[in-house]
Write a protein that binds this ligand. Structure first.
Ligand code: HEC
Length: 112
């Protein structure tokens, strides 16, 4: 019968040996997918919201215009659209993580 301490070490060993991996963040998308999402934002979202997101048929999607919103709230709008308006749901095309990626992308101040 091994001592309790030996047991503890035995039980803990695999956990110590395993690499400490942080769980993937919700908005993590593969780099090649990120490039495609960026393309989608400019081409598809831009067709209504303006190529520079300053507005057109759709409202402006600049960081200033969206300052009131959270990434999660925006992701919900992107996934489900705004019923009764021209804003379509994108759920058939993108995952929730990707919608949050787009929301963060829109909220991030950057040169476009
Ligand atoms: C067919 C036109 C069209 C396309 C394409 C489109 N939108 Fe929209 N979107 C709109 C319209 C119109 C509104 C404003 C609806 C309203 O009257 O509230 C809107 C509103 C929004 C809002 C809410 C803005 C706010 O101030 O709360 C977000 C976020 C948004 N769109 C994101 C996107 C994203 C991201 C894409 C691309 C994946 C996209 N839209 C593509 C027409 C479009």
């Amino acid at each position: 019968m091994p001592s309790p301490l030996a047991l503890l070490i035995l039980l803990a060993a695999p956990a110590l040996a395993a690499p400490v991996l942080a769980p993937p963040a919700l908005a993590d998308v593969a780099p090649d997918r990120a490039a495609r999402l960026e393309h989608l934002v400019v081409q598809d979202c831009g067709s209504c919201h303006g190529l520079t997101m300053k507005g057109g048929l759709g409202s402006p999607l600049t960081p200033e215009a969206l300052a009131h919103a959270t990434p999660e709230g925006l992701a919900g709008i992107i996934l489900d659209g705004i019923p009764g308006t021209a804003m379509p749901p994108w759920r058939p095309l993108i995952s929730q993580a990707e919608a949050i990626w787009i929301a963060r992308y829109l909220l991030k101040d950057q040169d476009r």
